[in-house]
Design a protein around this ligand. Structure first.
Ligand SMILES: [Zn+2]
Length: 199
């Protein structure tokens, strides 16, 4: 058994170079291209800021209950109007497990305990969205089911399907992987650091 690690939803060659900052976000000086780490990057000639463009780390929470999985209908992009595994961006001041617990709470109303790390994928969604997605498995430990944040609806679906109209092949593959029970993922220390949320 293998996980599929990379998903291309568009052709980067066709899309051309990604958008970039034109002015320094710290001091507003126009950026120039300068070499850093073996490639040309937008660089501030005044304060030295270098724009390293990296994929955004996200965490997707496969909330399971026996033979059911919780899915949400997305109200925002990417994937507006389609169903997906609840997910969110890892904020700079947060760790990915705390993010998973917070996002589950905000999007589904449920308190969850993270059981395992199931998969990690690179998702080239569009020129605007490149995610490094961490998939974790979680159990419900409390709360009341209610859609929130960037989900319009949340519903339980059988792991074996049929699933609603899914926005991302990544999510479908991870559900299939989990449903096969061939691999439960890397177990997570249940005493991991408590949730601390900045901002
Ligand atoms: Zn600057």
């Amino acid at each position: 058994m293998h996980i599929r690690p990379i998903y291309h939803h568009y052709d980067p060659e066709q899309a051309g170079p990604p958008e970039s900052y034109r002015y320094c976000p710290f001091c507003s000086t126009p950026l120039v291209m300068a070499e850093s780490g073996q490639r040309l990057r937008p660089t501030c000639p005044s304060c030295g800021f270098v724009h390293y463009r990296n994929p955004a780390p996200t965490v997707s929470i496969l909330i399971v209950d026996g033979e059911r999985v919780l899915l949400g209908k997305r109200s925002g992009d990417p994937g507006r109007g389609t169903w997906a595994i609840p997910s969110g961006y890892v904020e700079y001041e947060d760790d990915f497990l705390s993010t998973a617990i917070q996002e589950a709470r905000e999007e589904t109303g449920l308190d969850v305990a993270i059981r395992s790390i199931l998969s990690v994928v690179s998702s080239f969604i569009s020129p605007r969205f490149h995610f490094l997605g961490i998939y974790v498995v979680a159990n419900v430990v409390g709360g009341t089911l209610e859609a929130g944040d960037d989900l319009d609806m949340v519903e339980w679906f059988p792991l074996s399907g049929p699933l609603p109209e899914m926005g991302f092949q990544e999510d479908m593959d991870v559900i299939e992987l989990y449903a096969a029970r061939a691999y439960e993922g890397l177990p997570v220390d249940p005493d991991h650091a408590p949730v601390k949320r900045g901002g």
